[in-house]
Design a protein around this ligand. Structure first.
Ligand code: SF4
Length: 460
């Protein structure tokens, strides 16, 4: 029988295992038991040692690497990570999950992109694990896990999952409801709709049930409840960490996660460039997120309701589009259109909009789930009229909105403006971007010069 802990790392039983098995002083040490388990699973990893995580710390990093590569790497092979979906790993992975929770809660905000990656990784792991379990075991595992999550429910009313509905993790339109009750089982379905199906053969009822409900409603509720509990868990850890000192191993783990995410973003991101391709003279180059001002980074990482819409639609849309296409707009002083710099709108579609959409999905609540009409306002601020997509034939119907000054951001979007020392020298987030690009470029040059001098001395 597959353990519930394989699906729900927040299960009550997890506490016992954690108490018995976590030794924070050794999370980066080679773990022979883990190694033996992985070698025994074998599939997809035996041809290359770097594919085998050797410690709990490695296992945490592999979880994140797997999720990130699956989303972004064209050459990704799921078989290299298939141990995550083998039940024999569940105790090790349970520990990795809890270590990762501590590290994420220590280093990042609960709305940050990194926290979202962690939660999405967990969601994806649950989904893949359930897919790989055979039908009979899967049904019983889902029922037992749901029962635990919902305190042995007999039947489920939509109000029982109100927090999930409020946070839009589950939409009412995805549920089949009769008098408020969520229909989850085939017998219930048959009973409730008996008058409409009494002449149907059983196979037909089964087919309709599977198409409308099947496993998917239970799996959706189960997964979102686990994610909701995990978010609560992260919040509690964060609060506790204000009172107690963090263990150095968790601090180290959070630094390793940050470094890994940075490397993965550099390697696989389509729309951000690295530090080597800076446009210091105002020419068009790929965006360099390392040069973004704090206000832009804060908006991308997730802003809350209140000034969420203005931060994304008014501020970020113009900042990212001018930063990528016309960073010298203020010194040139001529009004322009996006197509002057991006005639086929490829850069706008493939590089600029994804960043704006990333900020929209990181917002709390996510902008387009809450207010899909804001997509039209973004198109309008880019100069393409009041439409839901950018089309060249509509360009000019509205103006390409220029970036706000720091004074305006400070006045209207106070919560995204968290000045750093570069901010003291500039008056506009776009000038910050050009200036920081210049600084980074010079830092790179200095580094290269130092390196060259060192090499010459060695040769002499
Ligand atoms: S001072 Fe200007 S550039 Fe710096 S965070 Fe605030 S708005 Fe952004």
């Amino acid at each position: 029988m597959v353990s519930r802990l394989f699906i729900n790392p927040m299960s009550i039983e997890s506490q016992e295992i954690l108490k018995e098995s976590i030794d924070l002083d050794s999370i980066f040490e080679h773990n022979q038991e883990l190694n033996n388990t992985l070698i025994h699973i074998g599939e997809g990893i035996l041809d290359d040692e770097t594919k085998i995580p050797n410690s709990y710390g490695d296992l945490v990093l592999k979880r994140i690497e797997w999720y990130f590569r699956e989303k972004n790497d064209k050459n990704f092979k799921i078989s290299e990570y298939s141990y995550f979906f083998n039940e024999s790993i569940y105790k090790f992975d349970l520990i990795a999950f809890h270590l990762c929770s501590q590290a994420i809660a220590w280093k990042y905000n609960l709305n940050s992109k990194e926290t979202k990656i962690f939660l999405e990784t967990e969601k994806r792991i649950i989904k893949e694990r359930l897919i790989r379990i055979n039908d009979e075991i899967r049904e019983s595992l889902i029922n037992k896990t749901l029962s635990e999550l919902l305190n042995n429910y007999d039947y489920l009313n939509w109000k029982d999952i109100l927090p999930l509905i409020r946070s839009k993790k589950i939409l009412l339109k995805d549920l089949i409801l009769i008098d408020g009750e969520i229909i989850l089982d085939e017998n219930e379905f048959e009973e409730k709709f008996y008058d409409r199906m009494e002449d149907w053969p059983h196979r037909r009822i089964e087919m309709v049930f599977n198409r409308l409900i099947g496993y998917k409603t239970k799996e959706l509720i189960l997964t979102q409840l686990i994610i909701e509990n995990t978010e609560e868990y992260l919040k509690n850890i964060k609060e506790k960490l204000q009172r107690i000192e963090i263990h150095p191993a968790i601090e180290e783990l959070s630094e390793k996660i940050a470094k890994l995410l940075e490397e993965l973003t550099e390697t696989y991101s389509k729309f951000y460039g690295g530090e080597g391709i800076l446009g210091v003279k105002g020419e068009m180059t790929a965006l360099n997120k390392n040069a973004f001002p704090p206000c832009a980074t804060n908006t991308i990482e997730g802003v809350k309701s209140g000034n969420r819409n203005d931060a994304i639609v008014l501020f970020l849309t113009s900042f990212v589009s001018y930063g990528r296409l016309n960073p010298q707009v203020f010194s040139k002083g001529i009004s322009s259109k996006i197509s002057d710099f991006d005639p086929d709108l490829k850069i706008t579609t493939e590089e600029i909009l994804p960043i704006i959409y990333e900020a929209a999905s990181n917002a709390v609540p996510p902008l387009f789930e809450d207010q899909p009409q804001e997509k039209i306002n973004i198109v309008s601020k880019l100069g393409f009229g009041m439409h839901d997509e950018i089309r060249i034939k509509n360009e000019g119907q509205t103006k390409w909105y220029t970036p706000m000054s720091c004074d305006k951001v400070k006045l209207h979007l106070t919560n995204i403006c968290k000045p750093d020392k570069v901010c003291k020298k500039i008056g506009n987030p776009l000038s910050y971007y050009s200036y920081k690009n210049w600084l980074l470029k010079n830092e790179n040059k200095e580094e290269l010069l130092k390196e060259k001098k060192k090499n010459n001395q060695i040769k002499k």
